[in-house]
Design a protein around this ligand. Structure first.
Ligand SMILES: NCc1[nH]cc(CCC(=O)O)c1CC(=O)O
Length: 328
């Protein structure tokens, strides 16, 4: 019997679901098939999908898992709410792809090379705030749509359709999504976290399944226990360092009680025996921000969670809630 992989129908979702299906099947013991889960957001026009945010898609995939219409669901971790779903488990977090945001500008321009007044599109308050802080002289515009639609707003990018509008000078997107779609040649600049902190979980995927199919992970570390071919594969594709990093980033987000549209950036990575976490909360107009860093030698799920909570409390003590509407 094939393991049914539930996925959204966008090009990005289909690509990352197929790549993850191949990763799981590569461990051996089963085949996979993609099951496309339709949502209300898919059948109506783009504006509803953006209104409902990604929450409607996550909810539809979770409903399909609980109703046994699929066995596994693949999510972009940065779109996944920090609250879990009873009966389901984040059974695997594969190694993170590129965590960075990128600029895709006309004529290969970097951010520093864009003329004053250039129009830069992004749908993310986090990216807008950090862009405005770096270049207050640019015009940052709110844009919507899938990756192809967004790239189509910039004239002359390789791979754009002939009839694309090309009405902006640049857009900012996630490196990981472009890489998964094979469109990295549109990138004119990669932003290191020092310039722009990514969204918590950016570049990482989450594989969710019903709790009875998930490998058992001891709370204080040690190898996961897996019964059955699927649980074994889920344990095998899990990346411990990525899991630690995104656990810290998401614990921070949860403690800030920040929504997915809040202007909060966070990036954690393991360096030797330490886990480092950088985070920023920005005023959306880019005039103020609070950026802090913290590290721990507690390289367990508990240690990573505490790191995120403690850095969030440092940010709150520094006035993060007055800077930004965290509930956005
Ligand atoms: N919010 C949309 C979204 N969700 C996941 C990705 C791809 C990158 C990733 O997996 O983090 C994107 C596109 C983007 O932000 O450019």
């Amino acid at each position: 019997m094939a393991v049914r992989i539930g996925t959204r129908g966008s090009a990005l979702a289909l690509t990352q679901s197929q790549q993850t299906a191949d990763l799981l099947a590569g461990v051996g013991g089963f085949t996979t098939e993609l099951v496309r889960i339709r949502t209300e957001g898919d059948v109506r026009t783009g504006s509803l999908a953006s209104l409902g945010g990604t929450g409607v898609f996550v909810a539809a995939l979770r409903e399909a898992l609980l109703a046994d219409r699929c066995d596994v669901a693949i999510h972009s971790l940065k779109d996944l709410p920090t609250t879990g779903e009873p009966g389901l488990s984040i059974a695997a977090i594969p190694a993170r792809a590129d965590h960075r945001d990128v600029l895709c500008a006309r004529d290969g321009l970097t951010l520093a090379q864009l003329p004053a007044g250039s129009k830069v599109g992004t749908g993310s308050p986090r990216r807008a705030a950090q862009l405005r802080a770096l270049r207050p002289d640019l015009e940052v515009l709110d844009i919507r749509g899938n990756v192809d639609t967004r790239l189509g707003r910039v004239p002359g990018l390789p791979g754009n359709r002939e009839d694309a509008p090309g009405d902006l000078d640049a857009v900012v997107l996630a490196a990981a999504g472009l890489a998964r779609l094979g469109r990295s040649e549109v990138v004119s600049e990669y932003f290191e976290p020092e310039a722009m902190l990514p969204a918590p979980g950016q570049g990482a995927l989450a594989v969710e399944c019903r709790v009875e199919d998930a490998p058992e992970r001891p709370a204080h570390g040690g190898p996961a226990k897996a019964e059955g071919a699927l649980a074994h594969a889920l344990a095998a594709v899990d990346d411990a360092d990525t899991r630690l990093a995104v656990t810290a980033e998401r614990a921070l987000l949860a403690r800030l009680e920040a929504g997915c549209a809040a202007p909060v950036g966070a990036y954690a990575r393991r360096k030797g025996s330490m886990l480092h976490l950088d985070a920023v909360v920005c005023a959306v107009d880019g005039t103020a921000s609070l950026r802090l860093t913290k590290a721990t030698d507690g390289l367990t799920e508990v240690g990573a969670t505490l790191l995120g909570i403690e850095l969030a409390e440092d940010l709150l003590a520094g006035g993060a809630a007055d800077l930004a509407d965290l509930g956005a």
